[in-house]
Design a protein around this ligand. Structure first.
Ligand SMILES: Nc1ncnc2c1ncn2[C@@H]1O[C@H](COP(=O)(O)OP(=O)(O)OP(=O)(O)O)[C@@H](O)[C@H]1O
Ligand SMILES: [Mg+2]
Length: 402
């Protein structure tokens, strides 16, 4: 049957539509939800919120009245129950199996045929017939292969939780990439609450889409406007400016912060959650095109909150934050700047300007400086066009004050 060619036009699209995870921000990343019989790898650094997000999905799907199973390979059923209660009342159809044996999981899949099964984690599940330490590439591959096959057979949507370390990076997940249908990463600085969820591979849909969350006491809360990345009280100091960054098709507001201090020895340039190369570029342009004296100064730049902003659309914000820090002149808190900066000091257009402006308006920003060719912007937002970085700095009074 499988070996005889079929005209492609006659081949019916037999794929079932994805089933919503009940979490809009995750559905967006998954192209609608989880597909029956498919396997999804959910990975990220320790403590980033993988188990919390997986439990959130289990709860939501269980609430629709279908059987879902959590295989806890790292914790006892009692520990999982405690964790689940933290997120609210535990739904009736959510069952737990505490086991780290791949055979147990296969048995559970075949006998219960759950709609959804989460294995937390694949790194802690092993095949005793195979040598090798639990979590080794060989073990993890073997376990994933067996579980993916079982899920296909039972029509279960399988969600595998995987570990990564900062240096070992994708050692685990990369070994699994080709075995699973979808690979999703949970990103975020563990010391801040904001989380970005991103599809790196997707057999059934597009990649590049991101979902925004805030990790809190009560789980992974959806943050569709990306406001969780913002600071608490309004800071009214030099070196701080609002901008909006773009990732996938999402834009969210972000505050760029800079500090300029006298260097003790060779000047240091430190970029945290912003692009190091782009910061260097902005410092060169500030020196060469805007007469901002940075020689013999340490420059530090970061974003407030846990989300990075590394794309060129935040160039103007980087430069303005540094110039503001250098001059000691504050940037108004109701103002934001958006734009890429070229080596000639020109302000260049950015992708997704409308989306960025919309994000800033939701944040409560009232005025935005944008590159030429800009739209009028959403209602309630005053938009000013700038062609050169030195114009922007002059307009804001950020002239060097040695
Ligand atoms: N019972 C709890 N009470 C309070 N906070 C918790 C509890 N369980 C987890 N957390 C916090 O929630 C965050 C996310 O935890 P979670 O277990 O979802 O992360 P993870 O990515 O699965 O981590 P790991 O790689 O260690 O399995 C962690 O920072 C943790 O400190
Ligand atoms: Mg976990």
């Amino acid at each position: 049957m499988a070996s005889s060619p079929t005209p492609l036009r006659a081949a019916e699209v037999a794929l079932e539509p994805p089933r919503s995870t009940g979490i809009g921000e995750l559905d967006r990343v998954l192209g609608g939800g989880l597909v029956a019989g498919s396997s999804t790898l959910l990975f990220g650094e320790p403590g980033v919120g993988k188990s919390t997000l997986a439990l959130g999905v289990l709860r939501q799907v269980a609430l629709t009245g279908v059987p879902v199973i959590l295989v806890a390979a790292e914790e006892s059923a009692a520990q999982v129950a405690g964790r689940a209660r933290r997120l609210g009342p535990v739904p009736e159809h959510l069952a737990v199996v505490a086991s780290s044996s791949v055979e147990d999981v296969e048995r559970v899949l075949r006998s219960h045929r759950p709609t959804l099964c989460v294995v937390d984690s694949i790194s802690a599940t092993r095949d005793d017939a195979l040598a090798g330490a639990t979590g080794s590439v060989g073990q993890v591959r073997q376990v994933a292969e067996r579980l993916c096959a079982a899920a296909r057979e039972t029509g279960t949507a399988l969600l595998l939780v995987g570990h990564v370390t900062k240096d070992g990076d994708l050692a685990g997940p990369r070994a699994l990439e080709h075995l699973v249908d979808t690979v999703v990463r949970v990103e975020g600085d563990r010391y801040g609450p904001s989380r970005v969820v991103r599809a790196l591979k997707h057999r059934f849909g597009p990649t590049g889409e991101v979902g925004l969350f805030v990790l809190g006491e009560d789980g992974m809360r959806e943050d569709p406007d990306g406001l969780g990345a913002g600071p608490g009280p309004a800071l009214d100091v030099p070196g701080v400016v609002w901008t909006a960054t773009l990732d996938g098709t999402r834009a969210w507001p972000v505050e760029v912060q800079a500090l300029v201090t006298a260097a003790d020895g060779t000047p240091r340039r430190v970029a945290h959650q912003v692009s190091g190369p782009r910061l260097s570029l902005m410092l060169a342009v500030l020196e060469a095109r805007c007469a901002t004296g940075l020689a013999g100064r340490d420059v530090f730049a970061t974003t407030a909150g846990a989300l990075p902003a590394t794309e060129p659309g935040v160039d103007v914000a980087l430069a303005v934050a540094v110039a503001s820090a250098r001059s000691g002149v504050r940037v108004p808190r109701d103002l934001a700047v958006v734009g890429e900066v070229g080596l000639a000091g020109e302000v260049r257009p950015v992708a997704g300007l409308d989306r960025r402006l919309d994000a800033l308006r939701r944040r409560g920003v009232q005025r935005v400086i944008v590159p030429s060719g800009a739209t009028d912007g959403p209602p309630g937002l005053e938009v000013t066009v700038a062609r050169r970085l030195d114009e922007v700095l002059e307009g804001l009074g950020l002239v060097d004050n040695p």
